[in-house]
Design a protein around this ligand. Structure first.
Ligand SMILES: [Zn+2]
Length: 125
C-alpha cells in the first residue's frame, strides 16, 4: 500500500469531520484519515473512560498496524454537545488526551487539535 494513513480521534459531530480531515491532509503527507469517533471524545479521554479505552486498542491496531498510520490526532471543538464546556476546558481536555495517547502508543507522534467557532482547525500541541 503506497498511500499514507493518519489516525484521527474526533467527535461524532458532522461539522467537524471535513475540516479536521482536510487540515490533516493539507499539513501532512497523508491521503487517508481513519476516524475513531465518540461524542465529546476529548472529555472521554480526559476522564480515561474505561469502556472506551478498552475498545480503543482494536481500532488503533487496525489503523496503526493494518493501515500503517504513523501519526495520531485528537480533536476537540467549539459548541460540542458531548462536551459542553468552554474553550479553556476543552484545551485542558485535549492536552490530557494527547498525554494519555502518547502513553498508550509510545512510538507514534500525537497532535492535539482545536476546531474553533468558524470550524477552522488550530494546532494546540
Ligand atoms: Zn462534539
Amino acid at each position: 500500500m503506497n498511500k499514507n494513513f493518519a489516525t484521527l480521534l474526533n467527535c461524532m459531530d458532522g461539522r467537524t469531520q471535513l475540516p479536521a480531515i482536510n487540515w490533516i491532509r493539507n499539513n501532512f503527507n497523508v491521503e487517508y484519515v481513519d476516524i475513531i469517533s465518540e461524542p465529546g471524545i476529548d472529555k472521554v479521554l480526559f476522564l480515561k473512560d474505561r469502556a472506551f479505552i478498552a475498545s480503543l486498542d482494536k481500532k488503533m491496531d487496525i489503523s496503526l498496524n493494518g493501515h500503517g498510520s504513523n501519526m495520531i490526532f485528537i480533536a476537540g471543538h467549539y459548541d460540542c454537545a458531548g462536551n459542553n464546556v468552554n474553550k479553556d476546558e476543552h484545551i485542558k481536555h485535549i492536552k490530557a488526551s494527547v498525554k494519555l495517547l502518547k502513553s498508550l502508543y509510545e512510538n507514534v507522534p500525537v497532535t492535539g487539535l482545536w476546531i474553533n467557532e468558524d470550524f477552522k482547525v488550530k494546532k494546540i500541541c
